[in-house]
Design a protein around this ligand. Structure first.
Ligand SMILES: *[C@@H]1O[C@H](CO)[C@@H](O)[C@H](O)[C@H]1NC(C)=O
Length: 596
C-alpha cells in the first residue's frame, strides 16, 4: 500500500490491500521568475522534451551498504525502466557523499588519506549498484572535479545575491548528522545504558551538543514565505501527503538561518569557501548540489544546460528516505530558489525497513547484508520482494521467510509455472497466434465462451493501464499485484479450459490465444522490476527485442512470437532450497570432489 490509506478489499489468494485510486492532480510550478503549468500526470512531460530525470540520494561513504540503500536504488531503477518501457528517455543519477568530519575522523583512525578512504567506500556502493542491476547514468562522487566547481560557483551566486552572511553561531550540533538543529527540533531523553539525560535530534535521534563558532550563514529565515508559496502552488510536490502536511507546518512556524560553513580546523576534508580559505563548505550544501552538477551546473546564462552535459534539470523525481526530508524539502528548494533555479518537480520519500518489527541496528545484530541477500535469492527476486513489501508510508519489515514465500508463491508457482504451462508441448502458441491473425471464428459452448471472455475482456483488457495508474502514484506493490492477478487468472483459465483434452482439439488454438497474450504482456509489464528474468521469459516466448515496449503491451499487437516454444525445458524460477540444504549439497560436492 502506498500513497493513501484507502478501502480494503479482500483479494483471492494473497494478502493485499487495494487503495482507492486517487487521481493525480495538476502540478504547477511557481517561483519568483517562472510559472509553468503542467496539467498532466506526474509521469508525462509535455512541457519539455527533456529526458525524465530521477535521482537517489548520494550515499554517505562512511557507512556500509544496507538494505535501505538497496531499496532506494531499486525503487529508482524500476521507475527509470518504467519510463523507458513507455518509450521516454530517462536518466538516473546515484553516487556517494564523500566529505565531512566523520569521514575525516574515520580516515585518520584508519591511518589513510581521506581520498584513499573514500575511494574504497565509493567502490563498495558502485558494486552494490552493479549487483542490483541499477542502470544509472552517472555515479556522482562529491569529490569529482566538476562537482567541486559547481559547488563553488553556487556559493558565489548565493553571495552575489546577498544570501550569505558571516555571523557567530551557537546551536545544537550533531557530529553524527553533521547538522545544527534549532531548539524546536531537539528533545531531552534518558540514555538507556547510562541513565543520563541527553539531548538528541527529534528527527534522527542522534546526540547533539551545544556549540558556538563563527561561520557563514544562509538567510533561510527570509525564505519562509517563498517556500510556503511554492508548496501551495505544488500540492503534490512531496509524496506521501501526510509528510507534506508536517513539513508545511514546520516551515510555517518559522525558519532560522542556516550555518553553511565550518571552520577549516574542524572540517579540513571539505570544499573550501571561495575567497575564504579558513572555512569549508557545509557538507549538506555541497551534497545537495550534486543533483544539478549532473545536469551541467553552472549553466549557460538564462538556461539549465551546459554543452556536453545532459539537459536534465529540473529533476522529475527525487527519491529519498523519510529521515532526510528536512534537507531535501526545506534546504534544497530554498537554495535553488535563492539562486533563481527551479526546485525539482517532485520528491518521493519512503519509509525504512525493520527486521522482525525492530529498527535494524548493527549492535543488535539484525542487519541485512544486501550483497548476501542478492547472492542468496538472486537479484530479481530481491527487486521483486522489495517492491512488494517495501513501504512508502509505513516501514517495511524484512524477513527471509517472506522473501522465500514470495519467491515460491509468486515467482515459482505463478510466473515461472505459467511459462511452462503456456509453452506446453501439448499445444502451439504459434498456431494460436495464427487463428487470431487470420480472424478465424470458432464457436464456443457457453462455459468456454464465458471463460474466454472473462480472461480476454476482463483480466487482460486494460491491464497495462491499470499498472500505469499504480506506477503514476509510485505504488509499486499495487502495480505488481495487478500483474499477479492476471497471472493467477490465467492459471485458472488454463486449468478450467483443459485444452489438452482430446475433445478440445477444435477450440484449442483459439482458446490458447488469450493465455499466451496474458503471459507475454505480464512478462513485458514486469520487465522494469525483474529485467533479467523477464528478458529470459520474453526470450523463451521468442518475442523480438524491439517488440517489448509499451506499444506492444496490449492484445493483438504482436503476431510474430511463439514459434518453436512448445515444450520448453527452461525453468525461470526453479525450486529453491533452504540455506542448510544448499550447504549440505555443497559439502557433499566437495567431499565427492576430494574423494575422486
Ligand atoms: C540487468 O538488466 C539487463 C536489462 O537492462 C539484463 O539484460 C541483464 O541480464 C541484467 N543483469 C543482471 C546481472 O541481472
Amino acid at each position: 500500500m502506498l500513497l493513501s490509506r484507502g478501502v480494503r478489499i479482500a483479494c483471492p489468494s494473497w494478502r493485499c490491500v487495494i487503495v482507492k485510486p486517487t487521481v493525480v492532480v495538476a502540478r504547477r510550478f511557481q517561483s519568483t521568475s517562472t510559472v509553468v503549468d503542467a496539467s498532466t500526470s506526474s509521469t508525462s512531460n509535455v512541457e519539455s522534451k527533456k529526458p525524465y530525470y530521477l535521482t537517489t540520494p548520494i550515499f554517505y561513504v562512511n557507512a556500509a551498504p544496507h538494505i535501505g540503500h538497496l531499496y532506494t536504488s531499486v525503487v529508482a531503477d524500476v521507475l527509470k525502466r518504467w519510463q523507458q518501457f513507455k518509450g521516454n528517455e530517462a536518466l538516473l543519477l546515484t553516487g556517494t557523499d564523500e566529505y565531512g568530519i566523520k569521514i575525516q575522523q574515520a580516515a585518520s583512525r584508519a591511518g589513510v588519506d581521506p581520498k584513499a578512504f573514500v575511494d574504497v567506500g565509493a567502490d563498495t556502493f558502485k558494486k552494490l549498484a552493479a549487483a542490483a542491476n541499477i542502470s544509472y547514468d552517472r555515479f556522482m562522487r562529491t569529490t569529482d572535479p566538476d562537482h567541486r566547481e559547481a559547488v563553488q560557483h553556487f556559493w558565489r551566486v548565493l553571495r552575489e545575491r546577498d544570501f550569505i552572511t558571516l555571523k557567530k553561531h551557537s546551536g545544537w550540533y550533531s557530529v553524527s548528522d553533521e547538522a545544527f538543529y534549532p531548539e524546536s527540533s531537539v528533545e531531552r531523553v534518558v540514555h538507556p545504558p547510562s541513565g543520563q539525560v541527553i539531548t538528541v535530534s527529534k528527527e534522527t535521534g542522534k546526540t547533539v551538543e551545544w556549540m558556538s563558532e563563527e561561520n557563514y550563514h544562509f538567510k533561510l529565515s527570509a525564505m519562509g514565505p517563498e517556500l510556503l508559496n511554492f508548496y501551495e502552488a505544488n500540492p503534490d510536490w512531496l509524496v506521501p501527503s501526510q509528510r507534506y502536511g508536517e513539513l508545511k507546518a514546520e516551515v510555517a512556524r518559522g525558519l532560522e538561518d542556516l550555518s553553511i560553513s565550518r571552520p577549516k580546523e574542524r572540517l579540513a576534508w571539505g570544499i573550501p569557501v571561495p575567497g575564504d580559505n579558513s572555512q569549508s563548505i557545509y557538507v549538506w550544501l555541497d551534497a545537495l548540489i550534486n543533483y544539478i552538477t549532473f545536469a551541467g551546473y553552472p549553466w549557460l546564462p538564462g538556461t539549465t544546460s551546459s554543452p556536453g552535459k545532459p539537459q536534465a534539470w529540473p529533476a522529475d523525481l527525487q527519491i529519498i528516505g523519510k529521515d532526510i526530508i528536512r534537507f531535501h524539502c526545506i534546504y534544497w528548494p530554498a537554495f535553488l530558489l535563492a539562486v533563481g533555479a527551479q526546485p525539482p518537480k517532485q520528491i518521493l520519500s519512503h519509509a525504512h525497513w525493520t527486521m522482525s518489527k525492530k529498527k535494524m541496528s548493527k549492535s543488535d545484530g539484525n542487519v541485512v547484508d544486501p550483497f548476501h541477500a542478492m547472492e542468496r535469492w538472486g537479484v530479481d527476486t530481491m527487486r521483486f520482494y522489495m517492491c512488494m513489501d517495501g513501504g512508502i508510508i509505513s516501514d517495511g519489515d524484512y524477513s527471509n521467510q517472506e522473501v522465500e514465500d514470495k519467491y515460491t508463491h509468486f515467482l515459482g508457482n505463478q510466473v515461472g509455472s505459467l511459462v511452462n504451462r503456456v509453452c506446453s508441448k501439448k499445444y502451439s502458441i504459434a498456431e494460436a497466434i495464427r487463428t487470431e491473425r487470420d480472424g478465424v471464428q470458432v464457436e464456443l459452448d457457453e462455459d468456454m465462451g464465458k471463460l474466454y471472455k472473462a480472461l480476454r475482456y476482463g483480466a487482460l483488457e486494460g491491464v497495462r493501464e491499470r499498472v500505469e495508474g499504480r506506477m503514476a502514484r509510485y505504488d509499486l506493490a499495487g502495480a505488481l499485484r495487478e500483474v499477479m492477478t492476471l497471472v493467477s487468472e490465467t492459471h485458472k483459465y488454463i486449468h478450467l479450459a483443459a485444452l489438452w483434452q482430446e475433445n478440445k482439439e477444435g477450440v484449442r488454438a483459439y482458446m490458447l490465444y488469450p493465455a499466451a497474450e496474458a503471459l507475454r504482456i505480464s512478462g513485458m509489464l514486469l520487465q522494469p522490476f525483474m529485467p533479467e528474468k523477464m528478458g529470459q521469459l520474453l526470450d523463451i516466448l521468442k518475442v523480438g527485442e524491439n517488440m517489448r515496449g509499451w506499444e506492444e503491451a496490449a492484445v493483438g499487437r504482436d503476431f510474430g512470437y511463439g514459434e518453436g516454444t512448445a515444450g520448453t525445458k527452461e525453468r525461470l524460477f526453479p525450486k529453491v532450497y533452504s540455506e542448510e540444504q544448499t550447504q549440505q549439497a555443497e559439502a557433499a560436492k566437495t567431499k565427492k570432489a576430494s574423494s575422486d
